[in-house]
Design a protein around this ligand. Structure first.
Ligand code: NI
Length: 150
């Protein structure tokens, strides 16, 4: 278990596009565990993307207050977006900043787990917004790029 340092804006990794993970091996599993441990160590965090710890891999973790453990998404693809919600967001990499972002009300996401198995998950509300926020990180997009109301 290792807690990683969460990089803050304007760290260059936050603006880079993360690369697909070709082989899910022990090294990837270790990094995924570190990402989950790091998120679980931060009370206010509900999601963390690999870019935020300076790792340009397509991987993020999500843990809402009601979740016992973080869910790890490797090579995620959002396959469906439905509806609209106004999401009040902040980011562990952008301390002191928040704002309203328009997000889908629900999303369907396909990803791989740490065993390399593909899974599909449908999420709504806060979990959907969080998944979109973390997915954006993998493309170098920060939530405030999408803010309509500060
Ligand atoms: Ni963020």
């Amino acid at each position: 278990m290792a807690i990683r340092k969460v990089q803050e804006d304007p760290h260059p990794a936050l603006r880079a596009k993360a690369k697909p993970i070709k082989v899910i091996n022990e090294r990837v599993r270790r990094q995924a565990a570190d990402l989950a441990d790091t998120l679980e160590s931060i009370d206010i965090g509900i999601g963390l993307a690999a870019n935020q710890v300076g790792l340009l891999w397509r991987m993020f973790v999500v843990r809402l207050p009601e979740d016992e453990r973080a869910t790890i998404f490797i090579n995620p693809e959002i396959t469906e977006r439905e509806g609209i919600q106004e999401s009040n967001e902040g980011c562990l990499s952008c301390p002191g900043r928040n704002g309203i972002v328009e997000r889908p009300q629900s999303v369907t996401i396909r990803a791989q787990d740490i065993g390399g198995n593909e899974f599909t998950l449908k999420a709504e509300g806060l979990r959907a917004a969080c998944i979109c926020h973390e997915y954006d990180h993998l493309d170098g997009i920060l939530f405030y790029d999408r803010v309509t109301t500060e």
